[in-house]
Design a protein. Structure first.
Length: 100
């Protein structure tokens, strides 16, 4: 059970890291955008790995809370991927825009 809690926490942390990618992009921190996107991609990869481990941990289990945690982790991953896509689009748009 403690392993499952650790996996759920890892998924939550990765989701927060990956989901936070949009703030620097819209704040105009161009020197940091590429680095932020790189870290977001790494966070998404870690989140995918955590989901895999969580799926293995609850395989054959009837624990409703664990199954709900897995569904939330998958939703978190989906939102993180959407945030990354938007951040990449914003970065591409800013780099092609007019200089002030």
């Amino acid at each position: 059970m403690s392993r499952m809690k650790a996996v759920v926490m890892a998924v939550a942390v990765c989701g927060l890291i990956a989901g936070g990618v949009t703030s620097p992009v819209f704040a105009g921190e161009n020197p940091h955008v590429t680095e932020t996107i790189k870290h977001a991609k790494e966070g998404i990869a870690h989140e995918k790995e955590a989901i895999t481990h969580l799926e293995e941990a609850i395989k054959g289990s009837d624990n409703a809370h664990a199954k709900e945690a897995l569904e939330h982790a998958k939703e978190s991953l989906k939102h993180a991927e959407e945030s990354l896509t938007h951040a990449e689009q914003a970065a591409a748009h800013k780099s092609t825009g007019k200089a002030k």
